[in-house]
Design a protein around this ligand. Structure first.
Ligand code: ADP
Ligand code: ZN
Ligand code: ZN
Length: 828
């Protein structure tokens, strides 16, 4: 075999730094292209699908490159811009490109050691002199068509199997079976249509009908049904799916077989999409903007031209989505694609249908609840060349930034303030909003960040002139913003006016709403929704044996559960600490609210929406649909109820306890509380009637509550901004949080001190910690954290460079090398 002259730089889906060089066997030279997957051996035993990032003719210096084993794709899976994007994410969020690759590719594109080898039927094994082990493997493959790589060791009776496998692959005798067809199953469907003579000549039918009527009435029934379903007689060839046809009549498959035998009908099998196709039903030009919207739209346009990025600050129901739809239309007319990001939970049927109404089958949806096959289809259709099959508008959650867009013209990030755009675990710990802005920059696309309650960071950048700002402070159709009332539940309790968790004000408002056949939403922050057990005598509380947290009571299962590791245990009868039978439930759960509410309003139809009731893919949608169809009067829920719902019969919103949001120990808690309360308030208000919001609190003087009552974002912003400057937080300072983890708390303590000292060497007094975070042990690993606060004038790239150097030094110390470091840039 000729010596290789080409070398491929490949990315591995692993947390290892940089690319690796592999030699390209001469016979694969024409197949190896940038962006295709290749099979390589990495380490002693493992085989991976790697991605070719570049090709050169320089061999690596200092070692001999291994050959790559096979090429998996004909056409590139990933293109140049995506590689640039991945590089940026890795550099900005301090992780490896391999980790970004792992997050970016649908897992059906990944090869696992479950991959199989097969004999290449075209190969001539006799040409080579095979080694004993090679013979053995070929022999086995003659008996069994495919063998898993993990089984080879057993067959050869030796641990080192890869040299044998790669040698056979190089000789072209065996092949890696591509994993993709195994994992991705295109959906096939059988269609029924008329055979050619009957398509051509309608007069044939008359005689046919007579014949069938006498001899095979079942077949006639089926044929009639086919003609109805296919809308025959209107020219072009009409097809009906076999399933639809058989469902339409009672005629069994036998009747169909009969008609096929008589060559009246015939079948065709074709690959179809799993994703429903729709056609647009309405034209964007039918949207008539109100004057205030028109004005905002113009500002938006001007801003995009001048700054590229616009913050659209529009109150709930001001028509932000209508403006997006207009922008999307413009972008499509230029032949470019659109990425429209929403928090996962806000990706409801409502918004999907709204877009499909205007853009039909050009809209694709992408989020984590899709299965692997669906994701591969969407991936392929975003990069598809054929115009009619291509998705030009992607509505997606944060991971949609990784799709292979060929030419983005517009990026929309709606609800841009939402913290769920940030990926927490595993790396890359990226913020979908910020990554999308960078992606837009790579494509030279325009961007809009939209929110009724922008993040302080984005609003600050708008104030600083980095982004343009467009404002809508009215609601569409002269709808008024809701009337917000703060109720002091301490006072109510003193006068014994509380019923369970509901103030008299809220109860009477709910009562009124129910009488008027209006709907209500009751919101409780997730943190306030857990039930905990506590001993009245000694204050003992059950804690997790693996984590440093108290366990939460689950009524349905009647057990105590850890929300971090899933550990569960029975509810004890007596207190394990003092032995008394004085264990009591503390706090209140969604279930409890639902229960107590039904005692007060026995006739009301009440439903709850929380993590427990929405585990499955469809239950969340079902609850929302029921609510929309008014099968539910009162919806009780957590954060989930605040996102992007648009129900015009909701007159009342109750916030059960504002305090557990406001008092949460985090520098963003005031901002978050304002956002949550303003968003959930925005769900109320009907066409002709002003909505009402009731906020229950022990602390009615809290300044944030006044801002919510007055719908005054800017006041909240100013107040918070002053605090952020004083306490050195974003937007004035960038945060990098580093968590150190290890099972041995003493070792961890030492390592964290050493690490913090190293950080202080570079960043001086910008370093905080080490300290234990609020939850200091999870799954038996102790955690310490170090926080670095970097002012905006400090060069971030420089900071990150010295940081990574110091981390490498730290890990070079043998005793600390098992300590895990988790980097979080811009933590939320
Ligand atoms: P936002 O996204 O700001 O919350 P939406 O775009 O959802 O607001 O608008 C709220 C409601 O008002 C929607 O039902 C929308 O269809 C309607 N709406 C807003 N602007 C217009 C308009 N110009 N013409 C017709 N309907 C509109
Ligand atoms: Zn006790
Ligand atoms: Zn636990």
């Amino acid at each position: 075999m000729a010596a290789p002259t080409r070398y491929a730089e490949v990315l591995l889906p692993l947390p290892v730094s940089g690319t690796f060089t592999y030699a390209v066997p001469t016979e694969l030279e024409s197949a190896v292209k940038e962006g295709v997957r290749v099979v390589v051996q990495f380490g002693r035993k493992k085989i991976y699908a790697a991605l070719v990032k570049s090709i050169s003719d320089r061999p690596p210096s200092g070692y001999e490159a291994k050959s790559l084993l096979a090429v998996l794709d004909e056409k590139p899976l990933v293109h140049e811009r995506q590689f640039r994007f991945w590089e940026w994410i890795a550099a900005y969020y301090l992780c490896q490109e391999g980790e970004v690759m792992n997050a970016a590719l649908p897992s059906a594109f990944k090869l696992e050691s479950e991959s199989k080898i097969t004999l290449d039927v075209t190969a001539d094994a006799g040409k080579f002199l095979l080694g004993e082990k090679e013979e053995l493997l070929v022999e086995s493959l003659l008996h069994r068509k495919a063998i898993r790589i993990s089984e080879v060791a057993g067959i050869l009776d030796q641990r080192k199997t890869l040299p044998v496998i790669s040698s056979l692959i190089e000789k072209g005798i065996i092949r890696m079976e591509e994993e993709l067809p195994l994992k991705y199953h295109p959906k096939k469907e059988t269609f029924i249509r008329l055979t050619e003579p009957y398509q051509q000549d309608e007069s044939l039918f008359r005689e046919l009908f007579d014949r069938l009527e006498k001899k095979s009435p079942k077949q006639l029934e089926l044929l009639m049904s086919f003609l109805v379903l296919s809308g025959a007689g209107t020219g072009s060839v009409k097809e009906v799916t076999r399933n639809d046809l058989l469902k339409s009549v009672h005629a069994a498959p036998a009747a169909l077989e009969g008609l096929i035998r008589k060559e009246i009908l015939e079948t065709v099998t074709r690959t179809v999409s799993r994703i429903g196709e729709e056609t647009a039903r309405e034209d964007v030009s039918s949207i008539r903007l109100e004057p205030f919207q028109e004005e905002a739209f113009e500002t938006l346009h001007r801003g995009m031209d001048q700054k590229g990025v616009v913050l659209l600050h529009g109150v709930t129901s001001s028509g932000k989505t209508e403006l997006y739809i207009k922008l999307i239309k413009e972008t499509l007319d230029q032949g470019k694609q659109v990425l429209y990001l929403l928090p996962e939970i806000a990706l409801t049927t409502q918004i999907i249908n709204r877009l499909k109404k205007y853009f039909g089958g050009r809209v694709g949806v992408y989020h984590s609840r899709f299965n692997e096959n669906e994701r591969v289809e969407i991936w392929n259709r975003v990069g598809a060349p054929a115009a009619e099959k291509r998705y030009d508008v992607i509505l997606g959650a944060r991971s949609a930034v990784f799709l292979p867009f060929y030419d983005l013209g517009l990026v929309i990030v709606d609800e841009e303030h939402d913290s769920s755009f940030k990926q927490y675990d595993p790396a890359p710990r990226y913020n979908g909003r910020d990554a999308a802005l960078y992606l837009a920059h790579l494509h030279g696309a325009r961007s809009v960040l939209g929110s009724a309650t922008p993040s302080l960071e984005s609003y600050y950048l708008a104030m600083e002139g980095k982004y343009a700002l467009s404002v809508m402070s009215e609601r569409y159709g002269k709808l008024e913003l809701p009337e917000v009332e703060v109720v002091n539940i301490r006072e109510e309790a003193r006068w014994k006016k509380m019923r369970s968790h509901f103030s008299s004000v809220l109860v009477s408002q709910l009562d009124e709403a129910l009488k008027a056949e209006e709907q209500a939403i009751l919101f409780q922050n997730r943190r306030g929704f857990s039930l905990r057990l506590e001993c009245d005598t000694c204050n003992w509380m059950p804690v997790c044996k693996n984590c440093d947290v108290t366990l939460v009571y689950h009524k349905q299962m009647n057990h105590l559960r850890c929300h971090y590791c899933g550990y569960t245990t029975k509810v004890p009868d007596t207190c394990p600490s003092c032995g008394n039978r004085t264990l009591r439930m503390k706090g209140f759960g969604t279930e409890k609210v639902e229960e107590d509410l039904s005692l007060i309003f026995p006739k009301a139809r009440i439903a709850r929406m929380d993590l427990d009731t929405t585990r499955s893919r469809y239950s969340y949608r079902r609850i929302l649909d029921d609510f929309e169809q008014r099968k539910i009067d009162i919806l009780v829920g957590t954060q989930m109820v605040t996102k992007g719902l648009d129900f015009d019969n909701v007159s009342t919103v109750g916030i059960l306890n504002a305090d557990n949001m406001l008092s949460f120990p985090d520098f963003r808690s005031a901002e978050r509380s304002f956002q949550l309360m303003a968003q959930v308030s925005g769900r109320s208000g009907r066409k002709k009637k002003r909505g009402r919001v009731i906020i229950q609190t022990y602390n009615p003087r809290h300044p944030v509550l006044a801002d919510v009552v007055n719908h005054d974002y800017v006041s909240m912003y100013r107040q918070q901004l002053a605090d952020r400057l004083r306490f050195r937080y974003p937007p004035f300072f960038r945060l990098i949080r580093i968590e150190l983890k290890h099972r041995d708390s003493r070792l961890l303590g030492e390592a964290a001190r050493d690490f913090a000292l190293r950080m202080k060497k570079i960043f001086a007094n910008r370093v905080l910690g080490p300290e234990y975070p609020m939850v200091s042990r999870i799954k038996n690993e102790f955690i310490q954290q170090v926080l670095i606060k970097i002012e905006r004038t400090y060069s971030v790239s420089h900071a990150k460079e010295s940081l990574m150097k110091e981390i490498a030094e730290f890990h070079r110390q043998k005793e600390y090398s098992p300590v895990r470091l988790v980097m979080d840039v811009d933590p939320v």
